[in-house]
Design a binder for this molecule. Structure first.
Ligand code: URA
Ligand code: SF4
Length: 213
């Protein structure tokens, strides 16, 4: 496993969301900043009680600098709406903040790649810093990457999805509870005959969050 320096030394002394976002633009904690267009930091109100954590920005996010604005974002918006949660009231971010794509496709359509374990670890300080400032009531891990970043690498989303867990045991301000669910992209990628079921599971899990806040 390649070890990276990590994001820690790029964190600003001032821990406001604005200061974090601005400092994250210059992060070189792992190799992903080199080929990506820009850092895609979290977005949403600082008063949010819910923080949604995705995996890594995709092509649209890399271009616009905003999380979940592509096809997965559209599905997420619909699922939040169906669960009775207004996207404008939640804070949305990613476990890893630079787009990772397949070099073979550079110049053509850029194909999203899963971040490596060491990239997830390198970027983890940004996520923890965001959560420390926001002090949300609930953190939602969208898929395995977010869950493994926050709940450990042995966490299995399929086995524990939809449960409100005391994941941080008081380590973060407000001791948020953590719920893991499917990543919206997993719904999009599901075979057609399973897609409706996967979507319903995502909505049901988000409904648990809606009831908890
Ligand atoms: N998938 C993610 O995990 N995050 C985004 O921001 C977009 C797609
Ligand atoms: Fe820094 Fe995270 Fe980007 Fe790596 S992915 S350079 S750790 S912001």
């Amino acid at each position: 496993m390649v070890g990276y320096e990590g994001a820690e030394r790029y964190l600003p002394a001032d821990r406001s969301l604005q200061a974090l976002r601005s400092a994250a633009r210059g992060c070189r904690g792992c190799d992903l900043y080199r080929d990506a267009t820009q850092t895609v930091f979290g977005a949403g109100p600082s008063t949010a009680h819910v923080v949604l954590v995705g995996e890594v920005p995709g092509d649209r996010e890399d271009v616009t600098g905003r999380p979940f604005v592509g096809p997965a974002g559209a599905l997420l918006d619909r699922a939040l709406d169906d669960a009775g949660i207004d996207r404008e009231t939640v804070y949305v971010t990613n476990a890893v903040k630079h787009f990772r794509f397949s070099p073979a496709d550079r110049g053509k359509r850029r194909i999203h790649m899963k971040p490596s374990r060491s990239q997830i670890v390198a970027c983890h300080p940004w996520l923890v810093a965001e959560l420390a400032v926001l002090a949300p009531a609930v953190v939602v891990c969208l898929g395995a990457t977010a869950a493994q970043s926050l709940l450990g690498k042995d966490f299995r989303v399929r086995e524990q999805r939809g449960l409100l867990l005391d994941g941080f045991a008081g380590e973060l301000p407000g001791a948020p509870r953590v719920l893991a669910t499917l990543h919206p992209s997993a719904v999009l990628r599901a075979p057609p005959e399973e897609r409706e079921q996967a979507y319903a599971e995502l909505v049901a899990d988000l409904h648990v969050v809606a009831k908890a806040i």
